[in-house]
Design a protein around this ligand. Structure first.
Ligand SMILES: Nc1nc2c(ncn2[C@@H]2O[C@H](COP(=O)(O)OP(=O)(O)OP(=O)(O)O)[C@@H](O)[C@H]2O)c(=O)[nH]1
Ligand SMILES: [Mg+2]
Length: 301
């Protein structure tokens, strides 16, 4: 996982950490190394503007340090860690707290492009909150077999699912699920929706309607880490079109690059709430900055 980004960061660290007299770094060398780093980060799915921000920050921090301080490795590590932290430093989102702290049923709506992992994430969260009384809303009335797919999860997890016939208005399905949850004193409604691209205006309007009619407590954007910069671009569009509170990045287990996390947080200004780490119900991890830094930098703070 994330070995691309890890390797690039490591090679930058090695370049600017060389302290032998023969290879003393001059500012010129630092500039070259930073230019190289920007390209390397972009190759690892870090959006270009984010990569530039990171390089600028490193430049400011390391100017004068490199080649002057004995063993600047620590300075480089500290600066790199701080630069990544700065990108990830957005207002927190405590999904557990919202889910557990609500009066009446709490509603979490999942949106995102096709095949990103929305339905699987809904099922994983039903498992995460299996001590609560959960209802699933089959808001994907568009794709053939979508309700059945969610229904299989509902059965396996032993939770109630509300569905209508295929082609029905998803806002009505989710509204019904909320009504049912209110009437029967449930705790949590997790609403699946159809995959859609932000370029499909009609489908984005439909999401707005769902949001208006069903008043979710949280709107969560789901995309796959392996989509890299596409995920970042889409997340920005979804935020602008419907507004999102946070994201779930799925398939990090298959992500050999690692930059999507930074790109999506930067594009949305909203945190990553969870990462999907596999296909099983347990393969969902609350996103933690320290975990990410550990994965990418190889060592914690
Ligand atoms: N390796 C891995 N696979 C995942 C993860 N999350 C989802 N998947 C797989 O990705 C595929 C698509 O997942 P779905 O949950 O159906 O995606 P979706 O966004 O609901 O798709 P549509 O409803 O067609 O838009 C399935 O085969 C899932 O098992 C993950 O974190 N890791
Ligand atoms: Mg689905």
């Amino acid at each position: 996982m994330f070995e691309g980004l890890r390797g690039k960061v490591k090679s930058f660290r090695e370049t600017v950490s060389t302290t032998s007299a023969a290879r003393r770094l001059k500012e010129r060398t630092l500039d070259d190394a930073l230019d190289r780093l920007v390209l390397d980060l972009v190759e690892s799915d870090v959006a270009y503007d984010v990569a530039e921000e990171i390089a600028d920050e490193l430049g400011r921090k390391l100017e004068g340090e490199v080649g002057l301080v004995e063993g600047p490795g620590a300075a480089v590590d500290g600066a790199m860690q701080q630069a990544l932290r700065d990108v990830l430093d957005v207002d927190g989102l405590d999904v557990d707290r919202t889910v557990r702290g609500g009066e009446g049923p709490v509603h979490v709506l999942f949106v995102g492009p096709n095949g990103a992992g929305k339905t699987t994430t809904v099922a994983k969260l039903a498992r995460r909150y299996d001590d609560l009384d959960v209802v699933l809303a089959a808001g994907d009335t568009f794709r053939a077999g979508a309700s059945e797919q969610l229904g299989e999860h509902a059965e396996a997890l032993g939770v109630k699912m509300v569905q209508h016939e295929r082609g029905a208005d998803p806002a009505a399905v989710i509204y019904d699920a909320m009504e049912h949850a209110r009437a029967s004193g449930r705790d949590l409604v997790l609403s699946d929706t159809a995959g859609r691209l932000h370029t499909r205006v009609g489908l984005m309007d439909q999401l707005e309607k769902i949001k208006r009619v069903t008043e979710p407590d949280l709107v969560i954007f789901v995309d796959e880490a392996v989509a890299g910069n596409d995920a970042a671009e889409r997340s920005r569009e979804f935020r602008e079109e419907v507004g999102i509170d946070g994201s779930v990045l799925t398939k990090v287990d298959a992500d050999s690059k690692g930059g999507a996390v930074l790109s999506v947080v930067h594009a949305t200004g909203r945190p990553i709430a969870f990462v999907g780490t596999g296909q099983g119900y347990e393969d969902l991890k609350p996103f933690e900055v320290e975990w990410y830094l550990e994965e990418v930098l190889g060592a914690g703070p």
